[in-house]
Design a protein around this ligand. Structure first.
Ligand SMILES: *[C@@H]1O[C@H](CO)[C@@H](O)[C@H](O)[C@H]1NC(C)=O
Length: 364
């Protein structure tokens, strides 16, 4: 792992490479794509190994990954130089498709209600990759935050179920009660309350909800991801203590899928790759030795809550950590594939995430 870290640090120092000199697979970006694929292949072996015990949130992370890999495979398929990478991405997507279908069988036994309510998010067609990119706007960051834990996971689940139309009252999707409207547009939330507010509007978009409040979905998405970016910067500033990591990766997963390219920072990718357990392929509790100290109780409002649906294996592997990690890494791979210089054409000049992708300096 030390060698990998050094290698990645060296990449940070590289300037963006001229597209014409090297075939893409041999560039720093191409090498990075290979490293990400290797990490994702390992994580998929972990999924396969624990399939009967993976919870729904865990499965959803891998479902997002499957969609990202299909997108990557499609982008790479047309370039003969990228055939090996394209093949790997395609094979991994196929493996995931089979595993996720099997996982539904287990989830039906272990948690049938939760499965019924959230099964749409396990359907391959539900998650849609971003087709336009933007960046967070720091002026939308809240001047102050509410006390941590603004609302419960139960409340936010109930609102998501209304949105999906999967409750027992056989209602239509896109419904919005006054309670949920107030909850999901509340300002000053942080941590998982904030990421679930974002998830609500992200799913509204995936579900095709456009009426009423959902006219302003993008407005809320802009606000929430600006604040999620701020939380991620703080997580980085405190050295990514273990308790901040899950939310850190969830924020990259969700805001990346919402099209915010500045979540894909090379140094954040480096950090996430370094957290994977090399033998098990999962993400979770760091081994006791040589790891960072836990947060002290007064640390600024970054993640303290234990998630209700978290599932921790005895070897320290976490379902939720692994799910958010693979979907974050899949997003990195997707943006790499999206912006690699295809057929010698230059990258889109405006709004290119490449500068942020390349950026190795704080506060860029
Ligand atoms: C950022 O948000 C502020 C406040 O809404 C707005 O005035 C400004 O134009 C935005 N900046 C960009 C670059 O979109």
């Amino acid at each position: 792992m030390a060698r990998l870290r050094l290698f990645l640090l060296l990449l940070l120092a590289l300037p963006p490479q001229p597209s014409s000199l090297l075939p893409w697979p041999d560039t720093a970006q191409g090498t990075m794509a290979g490293l990400i694929l290797t990490a994702l292949e390992k994580a998929t072996l972990f999924l396969e190994d624990r399939l009967p015990n993976i919870n729904l949130d865990g499965a959803v992370g891998f479902q997002v990954l499957e969609v990202q890999l299909q997108g990557v495979q499609k982008k790479w398929a047309s370039d003969p130089l990228l055939q090996p990478l394209s093949l790997r991405a395609g094979q991994l997507a196929n493996t995931l498709s089979v595993l996720l279908q099997k996982s539904i069988f287990y989830l039906r036994k272990s948690d049938p209600t939760y499965l019924r309510e959230f099964q749409p998010s396990l359907q391959p067609g539900f998650w849609k990759l971003p087709h336009a990119w933007t960046r967070t706007n720091a002026s939308l960051v809240y001047p102050r935050l509410e006390p941590v834990d603004s609302f419960s996971e139960e409340s936010s689940d109930a609102c998501l179920v209304q949105l999906l139309g999967t409750g027992t009252d056989s209602s239509q999707p896109c419904r919005l009660s006054n309670f949920c409207r107030t909850l999901m547009t509340k300002t000053g939330c942080s941590d998982y309350s904030l990421s679930h507010q974002l998830l609500f509007f992200l799913w509204a978009r995936m579900q095709g909800c456009t009426e009423g409040l959902f006219h302003q979905s993008q407005h809320y998405i802009d606000i929430f991801c600006a604040n999620m970016m701020e939380l991620n910067r703080r997580a980085e500033a405190v050295g990514y203590t273990y308790r901040t990591r899950d939310l850190f990766m969830e924020n990259i997963m969700f805001c990346g899928m919402a099209g915010f390219s500045d979540f894909y920072k090379l140094r954040w990718l480096e950090a996430i790759l370094s957290w994977q357990k090399p033998q098990l392929g999962c993400f979770g509790k760091p081994d006791a030795k040589g790891e960072l100290p836990e947060d002290t109780p007064h640390r600024q409002g970054v993640l303290r809550r234990v998630r209700r649906r978290e599932k921790m294996f005895t070897d320290g592997c976490s379902c939720h950590n692994t799910a958010t990690a693979v979907a974050a890494l899949g997003g990195f791979l997707y943006i790499l594939a999206e912006f690699h210089p295809d057929n010698g054409e230059p990258h889109p000049p405006a709004q290119s995430p490449e500068s942020s992708y390349q950026d190795g300096t704080p506060n860029a």
